[in-house]
Ligand binder design. Structure first.
Ligand code: ZN
Length: 394
């Protein structure tokens, strides 16, 4: 008897609260190029890793400005941060806040557990909680982070299938991972090793787990250092197309997810380096080079990924860099301003700009309503306040 026959299908009739839906529903729409009542070219949903209330506000502002579909991703460490050390409390706090924003929103969004681990007791509790609170979960069981090696295919399938059995009947989509991704996102996902996804394993994995979303590894990397400065990240787009053919044959609604697909924004680095030098020559000597050394995934490469079936593009590093850059700018403008809201506003507005540019790059605008700005005119510039940037783009 085969242990992994007939995985449960995603329950698409489940109704979540207002304007919340599964990540699979939104990414499938993107892969099919659906906007309003029309059908065009494929686009992608950048999944924004949310760690604070400001991040959530910035994301909603960006989605509603452009009429975009959204994915708000929460990692284990972000949940602990929201929950003052306890991830389950964090789930409740973050999900409730997002829900009340979503209710008042003009767009549809998904809430997603990033890198849920179903192999440890603590990780399992978070995944079980996420299935109750969120609309999508990642079951990241491909890497053994304790022993720093790839988990066997059988183990990965077994754990992932348990998550699918629990989540799909509730309408919660599941993202699996196959292959080992290099780089460091946070302490839970650090990996020095990496392997490409094997096509035969891929076929067995999607057949037996029933996942509709999968992160294959084709060369993207977590973290700010995706290669030597001045070099390009090597992406194996041919492999992605080979996997897409297999997916089209077995389950055409399969969505590919790119992890570690942050782009580097040169204007953010320039702005940060400028602020560091106004803060003192020791600051620019000490930190300037680190900023200049960051390497990201090129935007053309991301376009290639969308063409190969990727409809969820995980981005985090560039938004963190934008936030920090804006904070340096705020401190260099007035380091004696005793008003938390002022720093909040500066960093939140910068994050909103960062999200806007990524959504525009991914073609994700005009999905739920017309964009409120002219996307061709929008210029990402940290020297300009958000209100002015939006006015210039009308
Ligand atoms: Zn990731």
């Amino acid at each position: 008897m085969k242990p992994y026959n007939n995985p449960p299908k995603l329950n698409t009739s489940r109704k979540f609260s207002d304007n919340l839906t599964s990540a699979h529903a939104l990414t499938l729409k993107a892969k099919l190029g659906e906007k309003g009542n029309s059908k065009g070219t494929s686009y992608a949903l950048p999944a924004f890793n949310i760690t604070t209330i400001q991040g959530i506000n910035a994301a909603f502002d960006a989605f509603e400005t452009l009429g975009s579909s959204g994915v708000l991703a929460l990692s284990n460490s972000a949940l602990k941060h929201f929950g003052a050390g306890d991830a389950i409390t964090g789930l409740e706090v973050a999900a409730n806040y997002i829900e009340s924003r979503a209710k008042r929103s003009s767009v549809q969004i998904a809430t997603h557990l990033d890198h849920g681990d179903y192999t440890s007791e603590g990780g399992r509790k978070v995944v079980q909680g996420a299935v109750q609170y969120l609309t999508s979960v990642m079951a990241d069981n491909s890497t053994d982070h304790v022993n720093k090696c790839a988990r066997s295919l059988e183990e990965n399938i077994g754990y992932t299938r348990e998550v699918v059995n629990m989540a799909h009947p509730l309408g919660v989509s599941v993202e699996g991972e196959l292959g080992v991704l290099a780089g460091e996102e946070d302490e839970d996902t650090k990996s020095e090793i990496s392997t490409y996804t094997n096509p035969e394993d891929f076929e067995q994995f999607i057949t037996e787990t029933g996942v509709l979303m999968i992160a294959p590894t084709i060369g993207t990397m977590h973290g700010p250092n995706k290669g030597k400065p001045g070099t390009k990240v090597k992406l194996n787009i041919e492999l992605a197309h080979e996997l897409l053919k297999i997916a089209d044959r077995i389950q055409p609604e399969t969505i590919f997810v790119a992890h570690g697909a942050s782009t580097l924004y040169p204007q953010v680095v320039e702005y940060a380096v400028e602020q560091l030098s106004t803060l003192g020559s020791n600051m620019s000597d000490k930190y300037g080079q680190t900023w200049k050394n960051f390497v990201g995934t090129d935007w053309e490469q991301i376009q290639g990924l969308i063409g190969a079936g990727f409809a969820k593009i995980n981005t985090d590093t560039e938004n963190r860099q934008t936030f920090l850059s804006a904070l340096l700018g705020a401190v260099s403008e007035n380091a004696a301003k005793v008003d938390i809201r002022w720093y909040d506003k500066k960093t939140t507005e910068a994050l909103t700009q960062s999200y806007l540019v990524k959504l525009i790059m991914a073609g994700n605008y005009g999905v739920w309503h017309e964009s409120k700005i002219n996307v061709d005119k929008f210029k990402f510039d940290l020297h300009v306040a958000l209100a002015d940037a939006l006015k210039n783009a009308q």
